[in-house]
Ligand binder design. Structure first.
Ligand SMILES: [Zn+2]
Ligand SMILES: [Zn+2]
Length: 260
């Protein structure tokens, strides 16, 4: 399983950059994880969009879903000209209802499945997880703590990838990330932002601490405030993680389990 970073900035991009977007490839499937503004353009350089098998969006903030609007037209066009037969499976939270209803209305492009409607699975810790099995990939969703309903998620295939989504610290995130080969965590702020972010996002240092407590193999930071230097955030996270930390780079592909 591997992950290509399409966009890593939030909530607005640097020049030439894009907001949240990742292409996850594994078990013969191509999954678009997040579709923030600018990410579709990058996706086009990586993969024929007709070959997408599913889209998963952690929550309905613009920096995570705006490019679903242009993707809609791409899929509709491909269905009209016969180059793609089926609508694309789209997994999104059902709230806020108004945003959900708009996306759900794009029926020619998307088969929309609210994450809340996925079956619940018992977890070793308190909160049950939502379960989604896509071919050989097992996806599990844990509720995030954010200004909108959202999720952190894990994807197990050849290795375990965990993505924080946008979230403040939760014990569920640490449990979900337990044993992750690659933990992709938001790092929306530096130490001085901890108070401002405390109910909605993680600082880089908190991301490092969550990865350490989870026993994650590797930590990769993302969701960078464009005015901050990812290298500096990685240093702050490295102090709490206790090891080297990667900063997501647009256009780079990372194996979930690194080659020996
Ligand atoms: Zn958000
Ligand atoms: Zn965000």
């Amino acid at each position: 399983m591997e992950i290509t970073v399409l966009g890593c900035w939030a909530p607005y991009p640097r020049a030439g950059g894009a907001c949240s977007g990742y292409l996850v490839r594994g078990s013969g499937l191509n999954i678009l994880l997040e579709a923030g503004n600018g990410s579709l353009s990058r996706l086009m350089g990586e993969l024929d969009f007709r070959r997408l098998d599913a889209v998963i969006v952690s929550h309905l903030h613009p920096d995570h879903y705006l490019d679903l609007y242009p993707l809609r037209h791409a899929i509709e066009g491909a269905r009209r000209d016969g180059s793609r037969t089926k609508p694309l499976k789209l997994f999104i939270p059902s709230m806020p209802a108004q945003k959900f209803q708009i996306l759900e209305g794009f029926k020619k492009a998307f088969e929309t499945i609210p994450i809340e409607r996925l079956p619940l699975e018992k977890a070793p810790f308190g909160t049950p997880l939502r379960r989604l099995d896509l071919g050989g990939l097992a996806v599990r969703f844990a509720p995030a703590r954010h200004s909108l309903p959202g999720y952190a998620l894990s994807i197990k295939g050849a290795g375990k990838l965990v993505f924080s989504g946008d979230t403040a610290w939760t014990e569920e995130l640490v449990e979900l990330a337990s044993g992750a080969d690659l933990f992709l965590s938001e790092a929306s702020g530096q130490d001085q932002d901890a108070e401002y972010l405390k109910d909605t996002h993680l600082t880089a240092r908190q991301a490092g601490e969550a990865a350490r407590q989870a026993g994650a193999g590797r930590l990769m930071l993302t969701h960078f405030w464009p005015e901050y230097e990812p290298g500096l955030l990685s240093e702050e996270a490295g102090e709490s993680f206790g090891g080297p930390v990667l900063a997501a780079r647009e256009g780079e592909t990372y194996r979930v389990v690194p080659e020996l």
